[in-house]
Design a protein around this ligand. Structure first.
Ligand SMILES: C[S@@+](CC[C@H](N)C(=O)[O-])C[C@H]1O[C@@H](n2cnc3c(N)ncnc32)[C@H](O)[C@@H]1O
Length: 165
């Protein structure tokens, strides 16, 4: 598969999955956490499909298209490994949805990220809240939700919190 085809497949999967989860996420109160602003594509889509939810965005820096820049209160700058632990007072409530797009091309780095990320994101999720992540996370107090048809099996994971740990 060419890199162009692979890119198109990844973007299509992201859009399909984000839209697939809207009704389930809207059943739960709480803000949305977008981990990895990048150039703001998925953040911009989240704004469109969740007009009534507050969205907090995390990244090392704000380096997105100018039309997708979050305001200062909703843009949490720094290493997510540090900022996620301390974001509670700022986000004000447990989250209904976390979209996590911070994978790398290196499997060892991804394993290290998944190990600090799982307990840290769990601390900010409401019961019933949903995590969509390209990394596999060890979250014993979550169920795994089935993905819609056409999504590559190992590529994305959907977790719903069933209880506090
Ligand atoms: C693939 S991009 C996100 C793309 C975005 N979803 C979009 O649609 O444009 C991943 C982003 O995660 C950020 N990132 C990865 N690891 C991070 C960390 N530990 N702390 C802060 N930001 C991180 C990178 O800086 C990068 O901007």
């Amino acid at each position: 598969m060419s890199r162009l085809d692979s890119f198109i497949r990844r973007m299509t999967s992201q859009k399909t999955l984000l839209e697939f989860l809207v009704d389930k996420v809207n059943e739960v109160d709480g803000p949305i956490l977008e981990l990895g602003l990048g150039n703001g594509r998925t953040y911009d889509h989240l704004r469109e499909i969740y007009p009534n939810k507050e969205i907090f965005v995390f990244d090392f820096a704000m380096d997105c298209h100018p039309s997708c820049a979050p305001d200062a209160h909703h843009m949490i700058l720094g290493n997510i490994r540090d900022t996620l632990v301390f974001c509670g007072p700022r986000i004000g409530a447990k989250a209904s949805f976390a979209h996590i797009d911070i994978g790398s091309a290196d499997p060892t780095n991804d394993l290290a990220t998944a190990s600090w990320l799982a307990p840290s994101i769990d601390a900010h999720m409401a019961v019933g809240g949903i995590i969509l992540c390209a990394l596999e996370l060890n979250l014993p107090n979550y169920e795994t939700l089935k993905k819609p048809d056409g999504i590559h099996r190992g590529r994305y994971h959907i977790y719903r919190k069933t209880s506090e740990a």
